[in-house]
Design a protein around this ligand. Structure first.
Ligand code: ADP
Length: 197
């Protein structure tokens, strides 16, 4: 079954008189459970495309279907519900510096109203999944880049998304760490069936 479908998606950035077509009638279909890599030179529009998948960017024209629903026409409430199925990790990790690794992972669960106890149990399980069971009480400043990205991945998995979007998730890491993060993402894709883009 297709999870993401783009139909003639066009995204235009305007500054003054100048128009830049970052996406020009982009169409594709992506099946559930795949591990997909978007390649292209800097400025090709990769980030723009990824941000359109959860409508962080709204295209000027075209359709974006997620899990069979047209995101462009959903009410704000229904769009929020669809967005819950999508998590994202970033080049800069975006961890909360004042919170421990455990509390970073627990954060989205608590926002969703899950009890502190349940959220803690789940966060501890996720620390195991990403190979950092001993870092529960470490603060981001005490972690390496690769470890920070592992915590960010654990946090992204907390809400059990169907799709994990990775925007340059390994750009700030050395080749060896990059390799280990890619292997972790592949493991998550295989074992949990989460679509990774
Ligand atoms: P990539 O991820 O492949 O490097 P981007 O999607 O970041 O490419 O950018 C595609 C093009 O759109 C680039 O030319 C970039 O300069 C431009 N662009 C990206 N974001 C903005 C923005 N917020 N405002 C104006 N132009 C932008």
């Amino acid at each position: 079954m297709s999870i993401v479908k783009f139909e003639n998606v066009t995204r235009i950035y305007t500054s003054g008189e100048h128009e830049l077509k970052a996406l020009d009638k982009v169409s594709f279909t992506l099946d559930e459970g795949k591990f997909v890599v978007i390649l292209g030179p800097s400025g090709a529009g990769k980030s723009t495309l990824v941000r359109c998948i959860n409508l962080l960017e709204r295209p000027e024209s075209g359709q974006i279907l997620f899990d069979g629903q047209n995101l462009m026409t959903l009410s704000p409430k229904k769009l929020r519900m669809q967005r819950r199925k999508i998590s994202m990790i970033f080049q800069g990790f975006n961890l909360l510096e004042q919170r421990t690794a455990l509390d970073n992972i627990r954060f989205p669960l608590e926002l969703a109203g899950i009890s502190r106890k349940q959220a803690k149990e789940k966060a501890l399980q996720l620390l195991e999944t990403v190979g950092l069971p001993d870092k529960a009480n470490a603060y981001p400043v005490q972690l390496s880049g690769g470890q920070k990205q592992r915590i960010a991945i654990a946090r992204a998995l907390a809400m059990e998304p169907e799709v994990l979007l990775c925007d340059e998730a390994t750009s700030a890491l050395d080749p060896q760490t990059t390799d280990s993060i890619l292997k972790l993402l592949q493991k998550i894709n295989k074992e949990r069936g989460i679509t990774v883009i």
